[in-house]
Design a binder for this molecule. Structure first.
Ligand code: 13P
Ligand code: SF4
Length: 336
């Protein structure tokens, strides 16, 4: 490789978010990535919303809680995080001596972006008698302002660990917060944030689909809006949804979350039918544009050149780690 091309790619990294270097199309990336894993003692952690090829080469695929637990305990020297930025950042917070690389540094999250730390700091100051419970889909700056972090698979247990009369701010996802309020009977104060992928489903099209497939169950992620959740037969995190389709005896499911999860559902239950819940847009796609910035080529490049990698200010890291540690302790005690 011409060193000039590499130097140009490195200097453009901030602008592009990834190393923009052409990959030889004759390379078998599955073979090359396996080689790099061994050479560098690397582990690939992938979220269920990643493209199928990335899921197939990953060492571990999971939801946000599983990925954080895996990142905390890994002995690998390099964590290759195939997910979005807040997930890779969480891995670095938990395991700072490891190099954490991400295929595309610009793989962000609309939910995380809906809660800027300076605004949230002011909001928190207006409610000094509240504790702050934050969904893991937020920046390290928000985590540092929180008392405890939750994911969609442990939010209920963690909120219920507080006394009934404890005042709580829940950030940043108003839909998950409203759902947890409903199932726990709490009245948490909700930050007005939401995920762009889970708010675009069309109730009208889903109702039509249900009529066309009366045998299909509707399953939904709790980031969806309340009217959709009210129609759902099951609500859960990505891992919860996958487990449900494996263990349940229905033959078809309408899946209201990002489409990446269908890959594992189809692998686990090839005899069943999985229909992505239709969104209210003309392209009929409910892919997360942030998650889907990662590609197999970018994954290969970030492993080969060990960049872009997550670098954190140590004071911020320590402040953000406290509420994540608390989440992991409560989850472990609850057997999650
Ligand atoms: P879980 O995989 O933890 O359910 O979260 C989904 C999500 O929002 C990822 O963006
Ligand atoms: Fe963020 Fe929504 Fe994408 Fe998840 S699916 S990374 S919450 S924008």
């Amino acid at each position: 490789m011409n060193s000039g091309i590499l130097e140009t790619a490195k200097s453009d990294l901030d602008r592009n978010g990834f190393l923009d270097i052409a990959v030889d199309p004759k390379l078998d990336l599955f073979v090359e990535i396996e080689k790099l894993k061994k050479e560098k003692n690397a582990v690939i952690l992938a979220h269920y919303y990643q493209e199928p090829d990335i899921q197939d080469i990953a060492d571990y695929i999971g939801d946000s809680l599983g990925l954080a637990q895996e990142a905390q305990k890994t002995n690998a020297d390099m964590i290759v995080f195939a997910g979005v930025h807040f997930m890779a950042e969480t891995a670095k917070i938990l395991n700072p001596t490891k190099k954490v690389v991400i295929p595309d540094f610009k793989a962000g999250c609309s939910l995380s972006d809906s809660c800027p730390p300076p605004l949230f700091q002011k909001f928190k100051e207006q409610h000094p008698d509240h504790v702050v419970v934050s969904y893991i889909n937020c920046s390290a700056g928000i985590k540092a302002l929180s008392d405890v972090i939750v994911t969609s698979s442990n939010a209920r247990v963690i909120v219920e660990s507080f006394p009934k009369d404890q005042k709580i701010i829940f950030a940043p996802d108003k839909n998950l917060g409203a759902y947890i309020n409903k199932v726990t009977g709490r009245d948490m104060l909700l930050w007005n944030g939401a995920c762009m992928v889970h708010e675009i489903f069309s109730l009208e099209k889903i109702t039509r689909l249900k009529h066309q497939h009366p045998e299909a169950k509707l399953i939904a992620h709790p980031e969806c809006e309340e009217p959709l959740l009210r129609m759902a037969d099951y609500i859960g995190s990505t891992t919860g949804l996958l487990k449900y389709t494996r263990e349940d005896d229905a033959t078809a499911y309408i899946v209201a979350t990002e489409t990446g999860i269908l890959h594992q559902m189809e692998k686990a239950s090839p005899e069943k039918t999985f229909i992505p819940a239709p969104p209210d847009n003309s392209c009929a796609c409910n892919d997360c544009p942030h998650m889907k910035r990662n590609t197999l080529e970018k994954l290969y490049l970030c492993m080969k050149y060990e960049m872009p990698d997550i670098i954190m200010d140590e004071t911020l890291r320590l402040a953000a780690k406290k509420p994540i540690d608390r989440m992991l302790e409560i989850s472990a005690a609850a057997g999650l």
